[in-house]
Design a protein around this ligand. Structure first.
Ligand SMILES: O=c1nc[nH]c2c1ncn2[C@H]1C[C@H](O)[C@@H](COP(=O)(O)OP(=O)(O)OP(=O)(O)O)O1
Ligand SMILES: [Mg+2]
Length: 197
């Protein structure tokens, strides 16, 4: 069975990937299994950060690595929190504080349209000159208050287009069917299959 490193320390992403990879015949190991510390996310775009994370994990584990760089882009905020979604309120990974800041920034704003974006990068080795790259976007709007207990990050404030409840109120398999991450992974897997065929 093929083994790859999942170059992420985000428990919410790891849970979604485990479900998405359940039928793939690929063993997906979190970078924590190799004590790999977080890469510095110094890029100016999601794809640059995903590449940095993938190369870093592949170098330290000696295995192919898949990285996810993702975030929430709010149109009325010129795309913020964007690249800084994980640390919008200052502390990396404090979802409650990030959600509070988002609500405060959008106070009295009528345009609440937004999208989640996910960039996936797969490197077969640390210097891979031809990584596989896939993107997914999920359109929606920002609610006035948090709703739902599933998911992670900004899910309680995100009302996906065509849905009647927040992303955090969707069953995990439904979120994976619709989400930026689910879309990107399905695209990546098609490239991957073409690549080895
Ligand atoms: O489906 C999602 N549902 C809700 N929020 C989400 C989602 N997808 C990304 N987000 C937000 C929160 C997350 O913290 C940030 C990603 O930042 P990002 O740097 O890619 O991930 P991270 O630092 O949490 O983990 P890591 O870099 O180890 O993969 O965007
Ligand atoms: Mg990160």
């Amino acid at each position: 069975m093929q083994r790859i490193i999942l170059a992420s320390s985000n428990a919410g992403k790891l849970a979604e990937f485990n479900r998405l990879f359940a039928d793939a015949g690929i063993e997906v190991l979190p970078q924590s299994a190799f004590d790999i510390p977080d890469a510095e996310e110094t890029g100016l775009s999601f794809v640059e950060n995903a590449l940095l994370k993938a190369r870093h994990a592949s170098r330290l584990a000696g295995l192919p690595a898949l990285a996810d760089d993702s975030g929430l882009c709010v149109n009325a905020l010129n795309g913020a929190p964007g690249l800084y979604s994980a640390r919008y309120a200052g502390t990396h990974g404090d979802a409650a504080a990030n959600n509070r800041r988002l609500l405060a920034e959008l106070d009295a704003e009528s345009d609440r349209s937004a999208f989640f974006i996910c960039l996936l990068v797969l490197v077969r080795h640390p210097e891979d000159p031809a990584p596989l790259i896939a993107e997914g976007r999920w359109q929606g709007r920002i609610l006035n208050k948090a709703e739902g207990l599933q998911g992670f990050g900004y899910d309680p404030l995100f009302l996906p287009e065509g849905q009647t409840c927040s992303a955090a109120a969707l069953a995990p398999e439904v979120k994976n069917q619709l989400s930026h991450r689910g879309q990107a992974l399905r695209r990546l897997r098609r490239q991957w299959i073409d690549d080895v065929a």
